[in-house]
Design a protein around this ligand. Structure first.
Ligand SMILES: Cc1cc2nc3c(=O)[nH]c(=O)nc-3n(C[C@H](O)[C@H](O)[C@H](O)COP(=O)(O)O)c2cc1C
Length: 369
């Protein structure tokens, strides 16, 4: 077993990614922006842009926008879910279930639902675009693409990261020749990265998962889930991670595209708990509880359509409700430690995280005597 906690190994992850501080901005579809990614990269961390919900040309534009804002390395994230299984009966039953809520907001449900974005597993245009644009880092969520794609991306000099929620997924990532693992604990905001959304999920927390992967795999580990400040970063570094990936901590930054209701849910006085739901997108994700998550949890709820077909309905219902001033059907993804969110410009937040990390390390050294 290699010594994943040795300083040399840790330096090697930062060196490999070309960053100077062990902070990764989590890729956040819709919420993240080139400005947010560039600010984190400029501050010494690894900024990320999520393009899993885009087609190849929109993603290319986003990569170029980010490049125009920073010369530093950044990460581009795609979804590797199994292609959606359309099921007209299931989709109609779901739309019928939501219909009273559309009506309440003066709207009618869409006539049918579409798979609103494709998976990187089959999106060859996205793959070719990556080979042309050569972003410094690409990260994969929900699984792994074909080995030829992994090999071709690496041969093009692109560093690859992939998320794991279990030791088994981490082993598959290691076997595929990926450069580092993002260990996503159950605390994390957004979609759970499980390879099989219908498989058994032990629901490992960040603490247990990071330690398991640091001890039982040979790859550098980036910890994700519930990390909001320098103490959290210090904790996962102590467990053997070599960097921390923070999502929820950055949503309230002015550079994100979160709307006013989302920001109020994060930092306002009436904070709601987070919950897991499939009702918004068709896959398990953690976000603030609202009427749509309650609808999904109701005893008489039909099964939501497959991911991301259900998202088509969720986005339409949210748009109808938002037009009448309601955020009750919004996808407001957030992790369990959301009450610790701060609304600071991203560069300031990274500077504070670094200061808190140093302060925590000093405090621990003093405690250890
Ligand atoms: C708003 C939001 C959107 C997210 N979108 C993505 C995404 O597009 N791709 C991805 O790999 N992870 C996504 N995630 C999950 C993050 O990569 C990460 O696992 C999570 O933010 C870590 O937990 P934290 O939110 O408690 O920091 C998202 C998380 C949030 C909060």
């Amino acid at each position: 077993m290699h010594t994943s906690t040795s300083p040399d190994h840790r330096r090697s992850l930062l060196q490999m990614l070309g960053i100077s501080t062990p902070i990764v901005l989590a890729p956040m579809a819709v919420v993240g922006t080139p400005a947010l990614a560039a600010a984190v990269s400029e501050a010494g961390g690894l900024g990320s842009i999520a393009v899993g919900h885009m087609d190849a040309e929109a993603a290319r534009k986003t990569i170029r926008e980010t490049r125009a804002l920073t010369n530093k390395p950044f990460n581009v994230n795609v979804f590797c879910h199994v292609p959606a299984r359309a099921d007209a009966r299931r989709e109609q039953a779901w739309l019928d279930y939501l219909a009273p809520h559309f009506a309440e907001h003066g709207a009618t449900p869409p006539a049918g639902l579409r798979e609103i974005y494709s998976t990187f597993m089959t999106d060859d245009a996205m793959f070719r675009m990556f080979l042309e644009e050569k972003p410094p880092v690409v990260s994969l969520h929900f699984g792994l693409p074909a080995q030829e794609k992994i090999d071709a991306l690496r041969a093009a000099g692109i560093k690859l990261l992939a998320s794991a929620t279990s030791l088994q997924e981490a082993r598959a990532i290691e076997a595929a020749g990926i450069d580092a693992i993002v260990a996503q604990g159950i605390e994390a905001g957004g979609h759970r990265g499980c390879f099989d959304p219908d498989g058994d999920d032990e629901g490992l927390g960040t603490l247990a998962l990071v330690r398991l992967l640091a001890r039982h795999t040979s790859l550098p580990v980036i910890a994700a889930g519930g990390i909001m400040d320098g103490a959290g970063i210090a904790a996962v570094l102590a467990l053997g991670a070599q960097a921390a990936q923070l999502g929820t901590a950055f949503i309230a930054c002015p550079e994100s595209s979160a709307d006013a209701a989302y920001r109020a849910a994060l930092t306002g006085p009436n904070r709601r708990p987070t919950t897991f739901t499939r009702a918004i997108s068709g896959r398990t994700a953690r976000g603030f509880a609202n009427r749509l998550t309650a609808l999904g949890a109701a005893a008489d709820a039909p099964p939501a359509p497959d991911y991301p077909i259900a998202y088509d309905a969720g986005k339409a219902l949210h748009a109808a409700a938002k037009a009448t001033g309601s955020a009750e059907y919004a996808a407001q993804w957030a992790g369990q430690a959301a009450p610790l969110a701060r609304s600071l410009p991203a560069a300031e937040l990274v500077a504070q995280l670094k200061a808190e990390l140093a302060e925590t390390v000093g405090r621990l050294a003093a405690l250890a005597g």
